[in-house]
Write a protein that binds this ligand. Structure first.
Ligand SMILES: NC(=O)c1ccc[n+]([C@@H]2O[C@H](COP(=O)([O-])OP(=O)(O)OC[C@H]3O[C@@H](n4cnc5c(N)ncnc54)[C@H](O)[C@@H]3O)[C@@H](O)[C@H]2O)c1
Length: 473
């Protein structure tokens, strides 16, 4: 149990964290296209204080019902509680038959990685608007089926960046001082006080491959400890502090005392570090991989460590990882596992880079807030299976304004039909975008009378291309 004050401090910090998390995106995004990413309300001039936004209600649904599975963090429950949503909370996932029963009438479902939302399960969800994956990955959900049925999916890909960066800092020092080996020896009763080939990290060069969320955080932390930072990325990214981007991976490998990998899993990053690249590394340098298991060729790393070219390594991710905890890290899982375990000065961790209490809280906040924005205002920023659309909120003075959300098949001529239904009204603002076969339209309309809301809703629902219509007022 952590000391109580640490927990309270984390909770106090959540409010400020919320603001940061709402706009989390790749630093690459931020540097290259800030205007296109941020909701328009964020670009408001400082002369105009923001007007309080009006909480919108769905025109034709009862209270929002949420099913939260897999012990999702309390921070999300607090956010839903404040909205007055009805939340059913379960600590575990559910077997498919029970899931099908429960999912039938909920508007929102929150899951982590164990709940499989297949097309079969989702076909029973008659009211479902949105799925919150309170984790990084979304491959437990049939994203395409969800999109084609008007169900948005949100996740939290970047809430644990700091946790990974901190782990890597710990590993850099541990490798330089051979801490893993010394600790293991003493656990076995052996006193082995050595200084040969043990180093300070001050003044050494850290080479970061992939200068995204994690790579850039790490850059700042490493500089604070006196390291020189070089990075290689496929896109030009503004350096933080005195870090310097280098033009090729080869150059980075040749210059660095420590190389750390922070790239996504892509065809181009598969096997990115193998024999050829390891031979480019400085003699006696160190390799850290907390990105994805496919990025490093492990048999080549084993050879490089046996030859002494690589003096130490830290691995958090592997090509095959077990589904649960237990004695599974054997040759049955990965043929080289036992060779790897037999090496000296190698830190092996079970994919824990992002596993901290803070990251779990942040995931709860990020996904919880995305769901509230989607349910209350139809904003899809951060959705993984829908086009990302937003409009400024309707404010308290705009009493008879409504917001129309129309999710539809992406076919020619649909917007003409939509606009003919809206033609007699004053459409104050409208946005439309598509992603594959699915398109998303939001429109704010002023001075709409009560019976006109139903007319607009029914008109849009009658269109052949309609997937889902929501009228919020
Ligand atoms: N160990 C863990 O628990 C853990 C936790 C979170 C994330 N991760 C993994 O860490 C990795 C990085 O995450 P992130 O959030 O920083 O991602 P990110 O998307 O913010 O950054 C990735 C960066 O890599 C760059 N890149 C892409 N292809 C490249 C290439 N071929 N060569 C060089 N650079 C390339 C991108 O331009 C981008 O700047 C991902 O693989 C992610 O899955 C692991």
């Amino acid at each position: 149990m952590p000391p109580k004050d640490i927990i309270n401090k984390a909770a106090e910090g959540l409010e400020s964290l919320t603001n940061t998390l709402s706009i989390s995106a790749s630093p690459t995004n931020t540097f290259h296209s800030p205007g296109s990413y941020f909701p328009s309300s964020m670009g408001r001039s400082s002369q105009q204080p923001p007007r309080p936004s009006r909480q919108l209600k769905p025109f034709n649904t009862e209270d929002i019902k949420i099913l939260m599975l897999e012990n999702v963090n309390q921070t999300a429950l607090d956010i839903f509680g404040k909205q007055g949503y009805q939340v059913e909370f379960l600590k575990s996932s559910l077997p498919e038959d029970q899931l099908i029963q429960k999912i039938k009438d909920v508007h929102v479902i929150g899951i982590r990685s164990k709940t499989k939302l297949t097309a079969n399960v989702l076909s029973h969800a008659k009211n479902l608007l949105v799925i919150g994956c309170f984790c990084i990955g979304t491959n437990q959900v049939d994203l395409e089926y969800a999109a084609k049925h008007g169900i948005a999916v949100f996740n939290s890909p970047f809430s644990n960046s700091r946790s990974v960066a901190e782990l890597v800092i710990g590993e850099i020092i541990s490798l330089a001082r051979q801490l893993g080996d010394r600790s293991l020896e003493l656990h076995q009763g052996r006193w082995n006080k050595v200084s040969s080939k043990c180093w300070e990290i001050r003044g050494k060069t850290l080479g970061i491959v992939g200068y995204g969320h994690i790579g850039s955080q790490l850059s700042v932390l490493a500089e604070a400890m006196g390291m020189a930072v070089r990075y290689y990325d496929v896109v030009p990214i503004m350096a933080l502090g005195t870090a310097r981007q280098v033009p090729s991976l080869e150059e980075l490998l040749e210059q660095s005392d420590f190389v750390t990998l922070h790239v996504p899993e892509l065809p181009e990053t598969r096997g990115m570090i193998g024999e050829k690249q390891l031979n480019k590394m400085k003699n006696g340098s160190y390799l850290i991989n907390a990105s994805r298991g496919s990025v490093v060729n492990i048999p080549d790393l084993i050879n490089a460590m046996k030859s002494g070219r690589v003096a130490g390594a830290a691995l958090d991710v592997y090509p095959n990882e077990p589904a649960g905890n237990g004695d599974f890290f054997t040759n049955d899982l990965n043929v080289w596992a036992e060779d790897l375990r037999g090496l000296r000065n190698i830190i092996l961790t079970p994919h824990i880079g992002g596993s901290t209490e803070e990251a779990q809280s942040a995931i709860g906040v990020e996904v919880g807030e995305a769901i509230v924005r989607y349910v209350n205002e139809g904003v899809t920023i951060g959705a993984v299976n829908m086009p990302e659309c937003t409009l400024r909120s309707i404010n308290l003075e705009q009493t008879n304004h409504i917001r129309v959300i129309f999710i539809h098949h992406n076919k020619p001529g649909v917007l003409r039909q939509v606009n003919s239904i809206l033609a007699d009204h004053n459409v104050e603002k409208q946005i439309s975008d598509s992603r594959g076969d699915v398109a998303y339209m939001m429109a704010d309309i002023s001075d709409v009378l009560e019976d006109e809301r139903k007319e607009i809703n029914d008109g849009l629902e009658s269109l052949g291309a309609c997937i889902l219509t929501r009228v919020l007022f």
